[in-house]
Design a protein around this ligand. Structure first.
Ligand code: PMT
Length: 401
């Protein structure tokens, strides 16, 4: 049920835009507030007057109007979901590259909520390698895609490219918004990737963390409506849509960025692989090769999670334990207790199928009074289960008050 949610409907210029009146009418039937943003070419297919007549709360066609200095920021603020239907090949390419040259594309860049797109175009355009590459980029950022469907296209051909039916789009919007209020108003700090400790200006000690587990956590929290700051070590991954992404290298930088935000946060999820040691004194320039052995002194790096656990108030702290060999659960539980955490996620890092740099993981979620195993599955679905467990713990705590 959508209720009083604010939904942004972006319309780009394709023949399927004529179905947008139905989308607006159905959303209004579910009591949503519907803000429409149209491109110039969309107005060739459906007029702002039609959309207002079927109930749209506002229709924006330009960045320059007399009602607001910054319509894109006003529209994006507090929206629960944005859907672009139809999404043409052109708009998909613009979204993939971050072009912001009209009211619709600037609104997308200002969003802090899930984005759903319903592609619609000729089959050859859909299958063109450029379009497929752009779709992959959008998927990797967490943009949701519905369709396109197979059927009769505007050009008369039968093939893939039809926009999904308005009712299917509405159902998808309902799915996305039904989870949104579970964590809305909650602020999470999520860490991801590995830290790098410099030896000199060229070399460092690091680890094999890819950032995938932490990015999945951020994505799943965003889907439930949380505000997320994702602090990550070096990675190729693209930040999920709608989060603040801060890139760091060393333990000290990670600690600074976490502490800067800690007081304002409700929960911290530390999926980053953080160095336990660092070089006592990194060398200026490049260490030269010498004949004899090279002795370097490593000193303990700050344990960020332990520091948070020592000064915790009413925050939820979730750690990950990267373990090898036997007694994984026992070793992880020791970390849970020593660092004063609410939950620790134990995972193996001595099995190539899971853990570091894999798309898969196998974990055990451990709290003070529960142990739950999640069999091998994608990092996204592991993250989904961790978020569900978090919500369960939060509700249980509220019930016991
Ligand atoms: O990034 P991927 O390739 O997807 O791989 C995911 C992962 C294997 C890195 C991830 O699932 C994981 O296990 N992350 C935690 C790695 C780690 O540092 O584990 P640890 O057991 O050494 O530390 C326990 C906890 O303390 C962790 O939450 C860690 O972030 C934190 N810690 C550790 C050391 C330190 N100096 N400061 C910390 O805050």
């Amino acid at each position: 049920m959508i209720g009083n949610f604010k939904v942004i409907l972006g319309i780009s210029g394709g023949i399927a835009a004529i179905k947008c009146a139905d989308i607006v009418r159905d959303l209004k039937g579910l009591s949503a507030k519907v803000l429409v943003v149209m491109t110039k070419s969309a107005q060739e297919f459906v007029t702002p007057t039609t959309l207002t007549a079927v109930g749209a709360d506002s229709v924006t066609t330009s960045l320059f109007n007399d009602k607001s200095d910054m319509p894109h920021i006003d529209i994006a603020k507090d929206a629960q979901v944005m859907v672009i239907a139809p999404a043409t090949a052109n708009i998909i390419a613009k979204l993939a590259t971050g072009i912001a040259d009209d009211a619709l594309t600037t609104t997308v860049l200002a969003l802090n909520c899930p984005l759903l797109i319903a592609p619609s175009m000729n089959e050859s355009m859909w299958q063109n390698v450029a379009t497929q590459k752009n779709i992959e980029i959008l998927k990797s950022r967490g943009v949701k895609i519905i369709g396109p469907e197979i059927g009769k296209l505007a050009c008369g051909d039968i093939g893939i490219g039809r926009m999904s039916e308005p009712l299917d789009i509405i159902r998808r919007i309902e799915e996305l918004t039904s989870k949104r209020d579970q964590l809305s108003g909650k602020y999470f700090i999520v860490t991801a990737g590995g830290t790098r400790e410099p030896l000199d200006e060229i070399r460092y000690i690091g680890n094999r963390s890819s950032g995938k587990m932490g990015f999945s956590m951020a994505r799943k929290l965003l889907e439930r409506g949380a505000k997320v700051s994702l602090i990550t070590g070096p990675t190729e991954l693209t930040a999920p849509f709608g989060c603040e992404c801060i890139r760091i290298e060393t333990v000290d930088e990670l600690r600074d960025e976490v502490l800067k935000r800690y007081d304002a946060s409700d929960a911290v999820v530390m999926a980053a692989a953080v160095s336990d040691y660092r070089f006592k004194k990194p060398v200026q320039g490049k260490i030269k090769k010498s004949e004899g052995p090279l002795n370097l002194t490593l000193v303990p790096a700050p344990d960020i999670l332990k520091e948070l656990g020592d000064r915790r108030s009413n925050k939820i702290l979730i750690g990950f334990a990267a373990e090898c060999g036997d007694d994984i659960e026992k070793k992880a539980r020791e970390k849970l207790e020593k660092k004063n955490l609410d939950m620790i996620i134990a995972n193996r890092v001595d099995d190539d199928r899971i853990g570091f740099d894999s798309d898969y993981n196998e974990v055990t979620m451990i709290t003070l009074d529960s142990v739950e195993k999640i069999p091998i599955s994608s990092k996204d679905s592991i993250a989904e289960k961790i978020v569900e467990k978090f919500i369960f713990l939060k509700e249980k705590a509220l019930r016991s008050i």
